[in-house]
Design a protein around this ligand. Structure first.
Ligand code: SAM
Length: 280
């Protein structure tokens, strides 16, 4: 399927970035698009109302949030089908990224309606470029689960990714999350980027244990965690195979993965693992 975004006079859904704290981080194009569309859907009409009036944008505004998105998606789709040009914004940053929008964007695409991005600020990628951690490859995770057991399981699943990890977290959960990370990932280097683009913006750089000593911290925060590093071998490769099997890997896959991570010869590792299992 091939869809051009800018066929004049056709329906379109714009996903428009808004600032993540500093009102000046609004693009000229975002302002133009928000003025020109038939309607703006916003996560919180009161929050967005402030931004829109600041930029003298008087387009009709309606809500589209986590709790009404099932209900509103059909309405939005029908409006697009009738030829309307619509924009979707969230409270901050890019819609869809840890915010509503995925559902309506994919519905529009399934119906061959153009979906176009109006780029701008997003907290995760903005924090990454100033973090000093290896920027690529990276994994954007967003929010971990709020419950301890599920969070531990989620962390176990990404423990061996050799990529910088980007998380969003709320200030009242940061301590528990860091403690869980320490338990599962070990005492890795992290960067906590706080209040980005605002007056009290700051970056805390250190190990998980060091950052834990700086708590409590207020404000909005992004947590960037150094990826898994082979040099920091905390676990013996054979035990690592067991760990992967416990996570649901088939024995052969686990051996293959550990061979890749440790650059060991796969068949040697396989033999060693069999001996180790027989001794156990
Ligand atoms: N859609 C947004 C984006 O593109 O970044 C993210 C929305 S998500 C509901 C809100 C989370 O993003 C916050 O809890 C925080 O983790 C992060 N965040 C948003 N603004 C931030 C800022 N100014 N400084 C640091 N983190 C921020």
């Amino acid at each position: 399927m091939r869809i051009r975004s800018f066929d004049a006079d056709k329906a379109i859904l714009y996903l428009v970035a808004t600032p993540i704290g500093n009102l000046k981080d609004m693009t000229f194009r975002a302002i133009d698009v928000l003025r020109e569309v038939d309607k703006i859907y916003a996560e919180d009409t009161r929050t967005s109302g402030v931004l829109l009036s600041h930029y003298d944008i008087h387009t009709k505004l309606e809500s589209y949030h986590e709790y009404n998105q099932d209900l509103k998606s059909d309405q939005i789709l029908n409006e697009l089908k009738s030829g309307m040009k619509l924009a979707l914004i969230s409270d901050a940053g890019l819609p869809v990224i840890s915010d509503p929008g995925y559902k309506i964007a994919s519905l529009a695409i399934q119906n061959e309606i153009p979906v176009s991005t109006i780029p701008g600020a997003s907290a995760g990628i903005s924090a990454l470029i100033a973090s000093g951690l290896v920027p690529m490859p990276y994994t954007f995770y967003g929010f971990l689960d709020s419950k301890h057991t599920k969070r531990i399981k989620e962390l176990e699943e990404i423990k061996y990714l050799p990529y910088t990890l980007i998380f969003y977290e709320a200030p009242h959960r940061i301590e528990d999350t860091l403690k869980d990370m320490l338990e599962v990932l070990g005492n890795r280097k992290i960067v906590l980027a706080r209040e980005l683009t605002k007056t009290y913006e700051e970056y805390l750089r250190g190990t998980i244990e060091e950052i834990l000593l700086s708590l409590p911290l207020k404000g909005e925060m992004v947590l960037l965690v150094e990826g898994y590093k082979e040099e920091s071998k905390e676990v013996h490769p054979l035990e690592k195979i067991d760990e992967l099997i416990a996570l649901g890997y088939k024995p052969n896959e686990a051996i293959k993965e550990v061979a890749r991570l440790t650059q060991a010869n796969r068949s040697d590792l396989y033999k060693e693992y069999l001996e180790y299992k027989n001794k156990k």
